[in-house]
Design a protein around this ligand. Structure first.
Ligand code: ADP
Length: 510
């Protein structure tokens, strides 16, 4: 039966294992299926009925729900790939995707890792090392240290040299962890210690370094694709300036501030950085851009980005298929001059979290789900009605992506799609996006990484009156009870403490 799914049995992988979960695992399965490659899903106990498990051709248990015992268990993943005869592994994003041990172990086991080689990953994985690589490639970096800081005294001396405010950042950083803003010399000592201990707890590595804090910059990143024969292209930018606590929430392409000339210069810089570490496959070079349109290398992500679909929408290039072809050893089938950008795309990251309660995670059962559709709408989702969003992982439910012929049409479509999106049983950040899209500064394209900090207060995302929200949940609960028992139905044990806490807070708020 599997063989009958194959359309291209000669020149492609026999079988692809996806070492991930949720929407990104589903995304990769879709690309593989379109290419005729059978897929293997892996899952933890709480994901046994996950969408990715339902969609893959085969699925195998990794272990208990905590990620350390499942999606981070490298040995077990390799074991499953071998026993299921998968000849390639796609890591998705997060989990093990940026761990150089992963491509190393795959190589040793004779399995193709869909991503860069271990040495490029290692070189760009540490932020201090990545900054050095960018400097060597003559690409400007944010002013700061090029070696890890030894102690507070050294940090203070350097901070005085580059001028306050500064940021202390974890060398192994990611997800904004181990990052501290320091406005005055008096704050440096405690910020230094906090950053070190947070970095140690998150990454098992307490190394920190220092960067000049740029005032209200834009976050603009470039997608690159490279084959193993030295050919590399960039696919343009993604503007990711709308962030909450240094985490992207809305991304768009093209950036409203971009010019052809700046795109060419930034794209060249991205290719230079990636070439300097001998990069292969898909990657992203991130920059901060100041009010003078000067840009500075921030870091490189050596994997598929969460926000990759907006690039797909404007270039028409399927990044996951390209990743698979490049990993198989194909040459890039197009050059820089062939890359064209058409229209405008935007993505909202839909999370199970409560914007009314400081974005507290809100896992639990999805009682009712209406996903948006219609012209220009793409919903990259990892959920379904009846699914129990687990407490164990990042509570990303789906990515709502829209395309329009220009930014105006895109914003109108996004608003329309958000109004169609209905998820009940859990809290989501949908009202937050409705608020963002109504902001004058956002509509005018005046974006910066501190946009939310400057404009948002919790009451702003209070859209529907609470009574209506409650009625919707009650109606959904009644609907679910009329559906009779479902195999996705959980027991009392999987009532999450997060959800209970969320409910209690909800009651307090009323
Ligand atoms: P992480 O890898 O932890 O996500 P990054 O270095 O990618 O950290 O930075 C994440 C975000 O933090 C950036 O998009 C930006 O909003 C903010 N940031 C990082 N460095 C600076 C800086 N030097 N000045 C101002 N903002 C910064």
């Amino acid at each position: 039966m599997l063989a009958s799914l194959r359309r291209n049995p000669v020149n492609m992988f026999e079988k692809l294992l996806i070492a991930n979960r949720g929407e990104i695992a589903v995304r990769v399965i879709r690309a593989a299926r379109e290419m005729g490659i059978p897929t293997v899903a892996v899952y933890s106990d709480c994901d046994r009925l996950g969408l990715h498990v339902r969609m893959a051709d085969e699925a195998y248990r990794l272990g208990p729900s905590p990620s350390t015992e499942s999606y981070l268990n490298l040995e077990r993943i390799i074991e499953i790939a071998q026993s299921s005869h998968a000849d390639a592994i796609h890591p998705g994003y997060g989990f093990l995707s940026e761990n150089p041990e992963f491509p190393r172990r795959c190589l040793a086991a004779g399995i193709c890792f869909v991503g860069p080689g271990a040495s490029a990953m290692q070189r760009m994985g540490g932020k201090v090392e990545a900054r050095k690589t960018a400097l060597e490639a003559k690409v400007p970096i944010v002013p700061g240290t090029e070696v890890p800081l030894q102690d507070e005294e050294q940090a203070l001396r350097i901070a005085h040299q580059i001028g306050f405010p500064v940021l202390i950042k974890a060398a192994a950083g990611g997800g904004g962890k181990g990052m501290r803003y320091v406005e005055t010399p008096g704050q440096l000592s405690s910020a230094f210690r906090d950053a070190q201990s947070e970095a140690n707890a998150a990454f098992g590595d307490s190394e920190v370094y220092l960067e000049k804090y740029l005032n209200s910059p834009r976050h603009i990143e470039f997608q690159i694709l490279a084959d193993r024969y030295g050919n590399m292209v960039h696919l343009g930018e993604r503007e990711c300036s709308i962030q909450r606590r240094h985490q992207k929430v809305v991304e768009e392409c093209p950036s409203p501030m971009m010019t052809d000339e700046l795109r060419r210069r930034m794209g060249d810089a991205a290719v230079k950085v990636a070439s300097a570490c001998g990069y292969e496959n898909a990657g992203t070079v991130e920059f901060l851009v100041d009010s003078e349109n000067d840009f500075y290398f921030l870091e490189m992500n050596t994997r598929l980005q969460v926000e990759h679909p907006i690039t797909e929408m404007v270039t028409g290039i399927d990044l996951v298929k390209e990743q698979l072809k490049l990993a198989w050893g194909e040459k890039l089938s197009f050059g820089q001059q062939d890359v064209q950008w058409q229209g405008s795309a935007m993505e909202c990251r839909i999370y199970a979290e409560d914007p009314q309660n400081d974005f507290f995670p809100s896992p639990g059962r999805i009682l009712r789900l209406n996903s948006p559709s219609g012209p220009g709408v793409r919903d990259d989702s990892g959920i379904y009605e009846g699914w129990n969003v687990p407490i164990y992982y990042d509570p990303l439910l789906s990515k709502l992506i829209v395309w329009g012929k220009d930014r105006n049409e895109t914003m109108g479509r996004m608003k329309r799609a958000l109004s169609e999106y209905q998820i009940s049983g859990i809290k989501t950040n949908l009202p937050f996006f409705k608020w963002i899209l109504a902001q004058e500064a956002f509509i005018a394209g005046r974006l910066s990484t501190d946009f939310i900090e400057r404009h948002y207060s919790p009451g702003d995302s209070k859209k529907d009156p609470p009574v209506l929200q409650d009625m919707a949940v009650m109606a959904a609960a009644l609907h679910a009870s009329f559906q009779g028992p479902s195999n996705a139905r959980g027991t009392k044990e999987d009532e999450s403490p997060w959800k209970l806490r969320g409910r209690m807070n909800g009651m307090r708020n009323r």
